[in-house]
Design a protein around this ligand. Structure first.
Ligand code: GDP
Length: 457
């Protein structure tokens, strides 16, 4: 399948200034030559790599379809590692489609989703973490998510995983020398050294996993719920935050909208902010549904913004509902209407929340909103995330398996069992980590990953 020459529209649907048809494979130049007439000079097949030629895309009968620039990139110095020709034509949907049709008639096959990137991976141009970063980069909704994808694209995850695998390989090589030639009493490495090596690998693996949560939040958004009694100013706060911060236009799909939710960017983090029905005991059936939905939203929240009315003070009812909040989500106390009561005791709220951070704000004047935003960003792990390697759910799962094998290796070492058993655990960890970069990934995993791509990528 690697030998077939493939073609697809590489630019997005809709009208644009230019549209690009990409052709890749051993016959890319021949296919392009059949459908492209340079305005002057030699045919495309004779052009040097990384040059641009002006001309026309034509039918077999010589009729002009569109004016285009042909970009020739010979393998291995191309995106896929194969010969690639990109035809830049006018961006109307009809024009690019007709150019693609010509390429298909001239011998190319329509590319499957992600096939260009899959070929790049198979030809060693990218590892799997970099290929996934391509999708993340295309889908990034904030500057920070984009920066994380760019870091992966540069191979930062590949390097981090590579270092751990190298160390594991060294340890296995020594252990196996010991196993194969015990009579030599090589003692190339003592069991303490192996234990130290395991400890180092485990610490590195933990560091990668700590980036998993943040990575997920940057990709999928932080779910933050505004909770509080009626009239404390939840809706006013939501409106204020949406107005002052860049509202994210494209909602991330797959989320329910039972309660009013708005996407905003706070401190570089995409946040889905839920306004909820006021929390109070009620006999009104409609209000009860609202309260039930509030509890649902609370159960799924990453962060609960506990809003109280500074003017009314912290009453026993507040303490009551705060004590009933589900565990698990982070909490930030928000004393709203601080303009009406600047003397409000923030420490009382902090105490009611078991020491959680608190801020005094006013939805009316805008006071304190920066501090609130900073707290949200902190919760999202955004402060030091630039130092972290963000890993996605698939990568985290493989890394977690590696962690378990390393823990097994440690237990085997401690129990004084044979080197063979330690070597088996280390090898399993080495294999699991190889799935992150794709060195040990099977066809099925590759299918699953590349099917997330769009056609033309
Ligand atoms: P919700 O029921 O918790 O959503 O509360 P609302 O957002 O509807 O606000 C209730 C009332 O409090 C409205 O009259 C708002 O104008 C007022 N309010 C909200 N925030 C502030 C604030 O920071 N300062 C002052 N002075 N009034 C506020």
């Amino acid at each position: 399948m690697g030998e077939e020459t493939i073609a697809a529209i590489a630019t997005g649907a809709g009208e644009g200034g230019i549209g690009i048809v990409r052709i890749s494979g051993a016959d890319a130049l021949q296919v392009a030559e059949r459908i492209f007439r340079p305005r002057r000079g030699r045919p495309l097949g004779c052009r040097r790599s990384h040059t641009v030629t002006y001309g026309w895309v034509v039918t077999p009968g010589g009729d002009r379809i569109d004016e285009a620039l042909a970009l020739v990139m010979r393998g291995p110095h191309s995106y896929t590692g194969e010969d690639v020709v990109e035809l830049q034509c006018h961006g109307g949907q009809l024009a690019v489609r007709r150019v693609l049709e010509q390429a298909l008639q001239a011998g190319a096959r329509l590319a499957e989703p992600g096939e260009f990137t899959r070929r790049a991976f198979l030809n060693g141009r990218l590892d799997l973490s970099q290929a996934e970063a391509v999708v993340d980069l295309i889908r990034a909704k904030t500057d920070r998510a984009m920066a994380a994808a760019v870091a992966h694209l540069g191979g930062s995850l590949r390097q981090a995983v590579g270092r751990i695998r190298e160390r594991l390989m060294e340890m296995m090589a020594h252990l196996e020398a010991d196993i194969d030639f015990p009579e030599l009493e090589l003692e190339v490495q003592t069991r303490e050294e192996v234990a130290a090596g395991c400890g180092w690998c485990l610490a590195e693996v933990e560091r990668l996993l700590s980036g998993a949560r943040t990575g997920r939040i940057l990709r999928e958004g932080l779910r933050a719920v505004l909770a509080g009694r009626p009239n404390v100013g939840k809706s006013s706060l939501l409106n204020r935050l949406v107005r002052e911060n860049r509202a994210i236009v494209t909602p991330i799909p797959g989320t329910t909208r039972d309660v009013i939710a708005e996407w905003v960017e706070l401190g570089g983090v995409p946040v889905q902010l839920f306004d909820t029905a006021g929390l109070r005991p009620t006999d009104d059936p409609v209000e009860r549904i609202g309260v039930a939905r509030t509890h649902e939203a609370l159960a799924q929240a990453h962060l609960v913004l506990v809003v109280v009315d500074a003017a009314a003070g912290l009453g026993p009812e507040d303490r009551e509902w705060i004590s009933q909040l589900p565990q698990g989500a982070a909490r930030v106390g928000v004393a709203n209407k601080i303009d009406l009561n600047p003397a409000f005791e923030l420490s009382a709220l902090r105490e009611a929340l078991g020491g959680a951070p608190v801020v005094g704000v006013s939805a009316e004047t805008g006071e304190g909103l920066d501090a609130l935003e900073a707290e949200v960003a902190r919760v999202a792990g955004a402060f030091d995330a630039s130092e972290e390697l963000l890993v996605n759910a698939r990568q985290a799962e493989a890394i977690r398996r590696a962690r378990n094998h390393l823990r097994d290796a440690q237990a085997t070492l401690e129990s004084g069992l044979g080197d063979e058993l330690v070597a088996i655990d280390l090898r399993a960890a080495w294999m699991a980590l190889g799935e992150v970069t794709g060195e040990t990934a099977g066809e099925e995993l590759l299918d699953q990953i590349f099917s997330r791509f769009c056609i033309g990528k």
